[in-house]
Design a protein around this ligand. Structure first.
Ligand code: ADP
Ligand code: YYY
Length: 228
């Protein structure tokens, strides 16, 4: 028996921005009673901390120091997860577009990824974990029994983000969002360390034309098939 085979199972959900990872990860975790790791939030928190401290986003050593020293926790109340940094709820702040852009830059720094690696693995606990991000199946939990790579066309992902932001009363242009999504895709897919890519043993699911319930059902079917 390997060391990993006695650990709690992990379901990894990787994919580009707006493909539905966060939504599906939360639903699967609720359904199975598993813990949830939103790994993107860690990169967003690092970005926010760096912006707040006026750290130059090109200073890799400083960024790694910021990542290693984050004082953060995730609180759960009424089924909603909030991100708390230095004792303050920053859940809304980390979703701002300028933080999203900074997060994608910060996430390209190898020393930042290294600094956050163990923090992510520490989320693994019984009865299991659902982890969403870009490299959950490739780098952070390579031994996960269930790996999903969720995609959708850039246009559909921009449309979803547009609706999501409008629903929150944020006014944005669909064209700007599509440009942002393409810029982030490019950076996430072409960086040297842990680029966005499906693991060899991942199942690729394209959600462009299927709704959330249908995606959830496909993922749950796969979980049952792989963990029986
Ligand atoms: N299959 C789907 N069809 C339509 N809308 C979806 C689908 N999956 C997710 N969404 C919506 O798209 C938006 C972005 O989803 P989210 O889970 O935040 O994506 P990600 O975590 O991959 O960035 C949310 O408003 C969500 O409700
Ligand atoms: N495991 C991860 C998770 C996120 N990232 C990067 C990629 C993104 O640009 C930022 C923010 O990720 P997040 O998943 O919150 O972003 P989206 O909700 O998909 O727009 O962090 C990463 O490099 N590796």
């Amino acid at each position: 028996m390997t060391e990993h085979s006695i650990q709690a199972p992990v379901i990894t959900i990787d994919g580009p921005s707006g493909s539905g990872k966060g939504t599906i990860a939360k639903l699967v975790a609720d359904r199975l009673g598993y813990a949830l790791l939103d790994s993107g939030a860690l990169y967003r928190l690092t970005a926010l901390a760096a912006l707040n401290a006026d750290v130059d986003l090109n200073d890799q050593a400083k960024l790694a120091e910021v990542a290693a020293n984050l004082d953060i926790r995730f609180d759960i109340a009424n089924g909603e997860v909030s991100a708390v940094m230095d004792g303050k709820d920053v859940s809304r702040d980390i979703r701002m577009e300028r933080v999203s852009m900074a997060a994608s830059k910060v996430a390209a720094v190898p020393a930042v990824r290294e600094a956050l690696l163990q923090r992510q693995r520490d989320f693994r606990a019984a009865p299991g974990l659902v982890a969403d991000g870009r490299d959950m199946g490739t780098t952070v939990f390579p031994d996960a029994p269930v790996k999903i790579f969720l995609t959708a066309s850039a246009e559909e992902r921009a449309r979803r983000r547009y609706e999501q932001l409008r629903g929150r009363g944020v006014s944005v242009s669909l064209r700007d969002l599509l440009e942002d999504i393409r810029a982030r895709d490019d950076r996430d897919m072409n960086r040297a360390t842990s680029p966005l890519a499906p693991a060899e043993d991942a199942v690729v699911l394209d959600s462009t034309d299927i709704d959330i319930d249908a995606v959830l059902q496909k993922v749950l079917d796969l979980v049952h098939a792989r963990t029986q």
